[in-house]
Ligand binder design. Structure first.
Ligand SMILES: Cc1ncc(CN)c(N)n1
Length: 223
């Protein structure tokens, strides 16, 4: 069994909870309150800035030119395609570019970004990939599933979101990260693999928590 299959299986209950989360189902069925989506867009934009930084670090730590180029491509996709989706939603939803960029990160956004960045900076490219893989892979899985719901890709607000995350271009990043991690895993000890698996499980948990935070528009308990 490939390493990616192993960690996907171990994360199955976490990912199933994300798939079933009312925020995710609400996007697919067009029932999500728009205010939750607005909150999500702003928080997600902040998150994606740090996610992009991790991609850039991936290029720095890459062991060869192919891997360097893969991260550069993923970075470009994130900054100029995925984040452009957020910018265009913001314009439609009445959120200015300044408001988008100056959003105060909520508790989960801050914690998730912090954990992802900390794991990514520990030095190994495999750890870095494990910290961002649930982000790329679970969204592709979710986008693909939601796109099967009749009308989901045509929804006035959520249709563009579903199309983006179900797209081949977005999926190609996830697939490249999976292949790269599987290649790196071949030369790792069981102890190292367990450590990488833990990172993947933890960032998978944060993915679930991010949906939940957005659904409830969670703010800091004290300002
Ligand atoms: C929190 C989160 N996780 C993943 C993705 C997909 N890049 C995202 N936009 N936001």
């Amino acid at each position: 069994m490939t390493f990616s299959k192993r960690i996907r299986e171990r994360a199955d209950s976490i990912w199933a909870a994300s798939h079933q989360h009312p925020f995710v189902q609400g996007i697919g069925h067009g029932t999500l309150p728009l205010d939750s989506f607005k909150y999500y867009m702003r928080q997600d934009y902040k998150y994606l800035i740090d996610y992009a930084r991790v991609m850039a670090l991936g290029s720095v730590l890459a062991p060869d030119l192919n891997t360097m180029s893969g991260f550069a491509k993923a970075l470009d996709e994130t900054l100029n395609t995925e984040m452009e989706l957020h910018r265009s939603y913001a314009a439609r939803l009445g959120i200015s570019r300044q408001e988008l960029e100056e959003t105060v990160p909520g508790p989960v956004t801050l914690a998730y970004s912090g954990v992802m960045m900390a794991e990514a900076q520990k030095g190994s490219i495999a750890e870095l990939i494990a910290s961002i893989l649930p982000c790329a892979w679970s969204y592709y899985e979710i986008g693909t599933e939601l796109a099967k719901i009749p009308g989901a890709t045509e929804h006035e607000y959520y249709g563009e979101w579903v199309k983006m995350y179900a797209s081949k271009e977005f999926g190609a990043i996830a697939e490249w990260l999976i292949e790269t991690l599987d290649g790196l895993a071949e030369s790792k000890s069981e102890e190292e693999l367990n450590r990488i698996e833990q990172i993947f499980l933890n960032t998978s948990r944060y993915e679930y928590m991010f949906w939940d935070m957005a659904y409830h528009q969670q703010s800091w308990p004290v300002e």
